[in-house]
Design a protein around this ligand. Sequence first.
Ligand SMILES: C[S@@+](CC[C@H](N)C(=O)[O-])C[C@H]1O[C@@H](n2cnc3c(N)ncnc32)[C@H](O)[C@@H]1O
Length: 200
Amino acid sequence: MHPEHTAARYDRIAQWWQTQHQASLYGIPQLERAIQFTLKKQLALDIGCGSSGRFIKVLSKHGFQVEGLDISSEMIDLAKQLHPSITFYRADICCWNPPLKLYSLIVAWDSTFHLPLDMQEPVTKKLCDALEPGGVLMFTCGGGHRGGEISGTFQGQDFEYSTLGVNAFLKILDERQCTCLHLEYEQYPENHVYIIAQKT
Ligand SMILES: C[S@@+](CC[C@H](N)C(=O)[O-])C[C@H]1O[C@@H](n2cnc3c(N)ncnc32)[C@H](O)[C@@H]1O
């Protein structure tokens, strides 16, 4: 599915997402774990931040200067209303070029798993390259050994998901001088993995 089609579907559920997830703890202990590995708490980027800004709130509390990025304009507009002082980018992470600055922490929680399969590798490389030395990347992906694409329905909307498989993600991280610090099937038996890696 083209990212703009994913955006149109999230536009339709952006208000629901904000109401449902504003106080949600889903992914928050994992975010706290990633934060523990950071050496500096300067710039942080939340990719696919959604409309609730729930990760942004935690990152700000820890002293990061936070930016949010999302392809859905409805998600971004609603997030801005809750967090008027935060810099938001309305962008597709596939096409987005990081500004001339490096990040202490980049988070992509349940967002890059929507990318077309052929964009997984270039986007993962781009995120690794946008980290400062010692910078930390946390992202979720489909687990298993093989790459592939699946579709599913969520809140009445059809979505597509893709993964390279865990070994291929680890290989890219290694090639981009990032070391895996934590990998967990945290919803086992669901095939949902989160990875924390650090730039050496
Ligand atoms: C499942 S929601 C997760 C939202 C947020 N991370 C959270 O956990 O509350 C996925 C988000 O990723 C965004 N997204 C999907 N594909 C994207 C892309 N190519 N570039 C940027 N954002 C994207 C969607 O618009 C949506 O807001």
